[in-house]
Design a protein around this ligand. Structure first.
Ligand code: SF4
Ligand code: SF4
Length: 147
């Protein structure tokens, strides 16, 4: 699990209530291949889109951190001057909520895998018991038909 991203508040001097980040990411939607890598990289939940579909940046949420740029395989994201500064306090809360959500999803996935492993193991045991019963019945039948 990744650690929480660096606080945008710290980057902007930690004044908590200011609206920092004069830059925002901009996706060239005509070149986007919908790989979703930028969504996974954005700590502030500022990108929307779905697999194989065009992605776009929610300008009001984007802190201009630039973390979505390197993963893009077609280099179609750039930082541009933002029309307005983002609310850094709200961005920090979004980052914390995202972090909590990812942790929850990871825990749920681990629980699903453990349950599947238990069920598979129980099915294997039941199968083995059934085979043993059949083998025993065959052995009895062979014994009964011996002259
Ligand atoms: S620049 Fe940062 S906040 Fe903006 S979309 Fe990219 S990763 Fe998200
Ligand atoms: S990483 Fe680039 S190509 Fe992939 S979804 Fe994001 S913008 Fe589109």
């Amino acid at each position: 699990m990744n650690a929480l991203p660096p606080s945008p508040l710290a980057e902007e001097g930690g004044d908590g209530g200011s609206r920092g980040g004069a830059r925002a990411a901009l996706i060239d939607e005509s070149r986007c291949i919908g790989c979703t890598l930028c969504i996974k990289a954005c700590p502030f939940d500022a990108i929307v889109g779905a697999a194989q579909l065009m992605h776009t940046v929610i300008a009001d949420y984007c802190t201009g951190c630039g973390l979505c740029l390197p993963p893009c395989p077609v280099d179609c994201i750039a930082l541009a001057t933002a029309a307005q500064r983002v609310d850094l306090r709200a961005a920090k809360l979004r980052a914390q909520r995202r972090h909590a959500r990812l942790q929850r999803e990871e825990t749920e996935k681990a629980e699903r895998l453990a349950r599947a492993a238990r069920e598979s193991s129980a099915a294997t045991s039941a199968d083995a018991a059934k085979k043993a019963l059949v083998a025993a019945a065959l052995a009895r039948a062979r014994g009964a038909t011996k002259p």
